[in-house]
Design a binder for this molecule. Structure first.
Ligand code: ATP
Length: 526
């Protein structure tokens, strides 16, 4: 198994910079300093995301007989999330750095390296006579020159904040011991010991309707933290209105909201994000088998969108670490440049969800099997994927820098996004060799009109053709069509009506008749 801690920050930086430069992803509210944990997809990012969602919907709902789609409300009745356990239990442990005030998710703080922990017990500002006995502990790693001085410097900063701007704290009593101290957490940026974790609620709430004016608790509603709950709440309606039989699934994609303590790793952990979830209802005896089947189906899906099997890791969550109601949970993880991290969870949730909603609503959620005359609560297998995380994985997987040698033997390099064609935001670049040649331009526009109802294309007549190819390579366009003098049949009448098609990955070119272009492309981009 690949090492979880291997990272490539330089590669990640290049991907982030390309995404901004070419209009895939922008920070939300950037001109006002940015809204932390929220992202806007630009023109190319929106196309990429749409391709992913459309393909997921097609494969999950439209090409299966046993899965139906739904599109539920984002605003969620408080009782739904009370019954599901989110209101009381959807929280993360949070610790604070007393020096920087940074708030960190305690279960994600990396283990500290061995060193010495210095504890300072207070300080005095001689000029004002003010003093404090607030302690601060700082872990200085082994090998650092003058560890006590380094720690004291940080402690002075801390006491300066406490004693007021302009103060010159004299740091008093101190203590030291080998660290890290068992059970303690340290800020990875400065070694300062973090506060004891406290529980932080991840739910985002709002007030709905006119009762909001009086702060009436009945006005409280939530922005859903997952798409799953509306599926469970509508399971009975969908069952009754569609005459389906077990096993069957309900799929939904859409926005979810979590007030994450530390949004980070670009779009990986956001506060507003999209999920693609399936709740697959089945007889209890089939739950474990179907969980394995769904895992395979989801791995096949990732292969089809260009995320190879060898970059995916399956974590079979052991007993004791799964949610108490789950009999089996797999995490599907991907090798991001910032480490191996979760893309999707496939969980066998038993009858927990329908059970809690039956209890919470007082409405029976039982299924009646016409053949066996059995009445029971269906069990559920849930493949739950993150759309934004998958988009990020697609970008990370596609990003490549290639060194080339041109015809004159000169070194050259190009940046390529090697998306599989079905995910590429633009499928075809269409270029006239010479933008001043009216006939070439006319034919290009005709090709554009023919292809546009079927796929996203881009017409470009700016600069040398080589430069235009590179611009398309950088955004992952798999094919470029060039209309040239041969298309007009000026030199060789046999080539009249043909165009050059250039392949992004191999950079090879071939000639195709314009009349066969649409069929040729459709075979390759769906
Ligand atoms: P994590 O452990 O990373 O917080 P989770 O196990 O809580 O994730 P689930 O509740 O199982 O996540 O949600 C299912 C999927 O939704 C995840 O696999 C992930 O792809 C996506 N997801 C969850 N939280 C976020 C987030 N804050 N930003 C982007 N995607 C998310």
């Amino acid at each position: 198994m690949a090492n979880k801690d291997v990272t490539d920050p330089a590669r990640m930086e290049k991907i982030v910079s390309l995404c901004k430069r070419r209009g895939f992803i922008f920070q939300a509210g950037e001109i006002y300093g940015g809204l932390n944990g929220c992202w806007d997809y630009g023109p190319l990012g929106a196309e990429l995301k749409r391709n992913l969602k459309d393909y997921w919907w097609r494969k999950t709902v439209q090409e299966r007989d046993d899965v139906l789609g739904m599109d539920g409300a984002i605003l969620t009745h408080q009782d739904v999330l009370k019954a599901s356990g989110h209101v009381d239990g959807f929280n993360d442990p949070m610790s604070e750095c007393p020096l920087t005030k940074a708030r960190l998710r305690a279960d994600q703080v990396p283990a500290a390296s061995p060193g010495t922990e210095f504890t300072f017990l207070g300080a005095t500002d001689e000029a004002s006579g003010k003093s404090t006995d607030k302690p601060i502990s700082i872990l200085i790693p082994e090998g650092k020159q003058e560890p006590e001085r380094s720690a004291e410097k940080l402690a002075s900063q801390f006491y300066r904040e406490l004693l007021g701007a302009g103060s010159k704290p004299v740091v008093g009593a101190r203590d030291s011991q080998p660290g890290p101290v068992k059970g303690a957490l340290y800020n990875p940026d400065n070694g300062v010991r973090l506060s004891e974790p406290r529980s932080f609620d991840l739910m985002l709430s709002t007030k709905l309707g006119a009762l909001a004016a009086d702060n009436d608790p009945k006005a409280l509603a939530y922005l859903r933290p997952e798409t799953a709950q509306s599926i469970f709440c509508q399971y009975k309606n969908i069952l009754d209105s569609n005459r389906v039989k077990l096993p069957f699934g309900i799929a939904q994609m859409g926005k979810s909201f979590r007030n994450e303590i530390n949004p980070r790793n670009y779009t990986f952990r956001s506060r507003e994000f999209e999920q693609m979830e399936i709740e697959y209802f089945c007889h209890p005896k089939d739950g474990l088998r179907l969980t394995d089947e769904w895992l395979e189906a989801r791995l096949t899906f990732y292969g089809e969108i260009g995320i190879p099997r060898e970059k995916l890791h399956i974590l079979d969550i052991p007993d004791g670490e799964r949610a108490f109601y789950s009999q089996k949970t797999y995490d599907i993880e991907y090798e991001f440049p910032f480490g191996i991290q979760e893309l999707e969870g496939v969980a066998y949730r038993t009858d927990y969800d329908l059970g809690v909603h039956e209890k919470g609503s007082g409405k029976s959620q039982l299924y009646f099997d016409e053949e066996t005359k059995e009445k029971f609560l269906p069990h559920v297998v849930e493949p739950s994927a993150g759309c934004d995380r998958t988009v990020l994985a697609l970008l990370c997987e596609a990003f490549d820098e290639e060194t080339l040698t041109d015809e004159k033997g000169k070194d050259d390099s190009r940046t390529v996004l090697r998306f599989v064609p079905r995910m590429a935001p633009i499928k075809v670049g269409i270029f006239p060799l010479l933008k001043k040649n009216e006939e070439q331009v006319r034919i290009c526009k005709e090709i554009q009109k023919t292809l546009q109802p079927w796929m996203n294309v881009f017409y470009d007549d700016g600069g040398a053709v080589g430069r235009r190819y590179r611009r398309q390579d950088e955004i992952g366009t798999p094919f470029c069509v060039t209309v040239d003098f041969d298309t007009l049949g000026e030199e060789n009448p046999d080539l009249k009506g043909t165009v050059t098609i250039r392949h992004r990955d191999s950079m090879e070119q071939e000639r195709l008749p314009v009349s066969g272009l649409l069929a040729w492309l459709l075979e390759r981009v769906r």
